[in-house]
Design a protein around this ligand. Sequence first.
Ligand code: PNS
Length: 179
Amino acid sequence: MKVLAVYPGSFDPVTNGHLDIIRRGSRLFDRIVVAILRNPEKEPLFGLQERRKILQRATSGIPNVSVDSFDGLLVDYARRRGAQVIVRGLRALSDFEYEFQMALMNRRLDSSIETVFMMPSETYSYLSSRLVKEVVRLGGSVTGLVPPEVEQRLGARVGSRRKRTARKAAQRTQRRSRE
Ligand code: PNS
């Protein structure tokens, strides 16, 4: 039997930790679909299409990996795709409680789909998309933690946000001095 796995997440943005899990998963399963959550309630830094393209380019060298997006329940999506496995990365003990709840809820919703946890290389055990964005926003370097394309895009995005904020602050000061 061929085993298809779904690796879901927000990937805002994809990190080298995610890519490490994808590579490990691609050696274990016949096919792995990286599934980006479409969540209208969250305001991501990178749009859905942008995240999709970045992931496609970052995984283009791994033949049995494809990229897709989904909304609604993850188990419904996995069933539609004919996947038997959901892959999640476990970095530290702090991930465990949330992942445990999610895995058991997903099992309750569909007991035929198994969640498999994989550990990334210890180099990435502290890495998260949230921290990457925070470090860049505060002027730190994320070289080696994200693909070069993500690093460039983060720099451009945060740089233009900084300029916009500075321009607005200057306009406010001008207005006040005229009043
Ligand atoms: O990378 P993330 O943001 O931690 O990924 C979370 C994700 C996308 C796996 C999770 O939010 C999810 O599965 N959402 C789909 C909605 C769903 O099925 N909810 C019930 C899960 S218990």
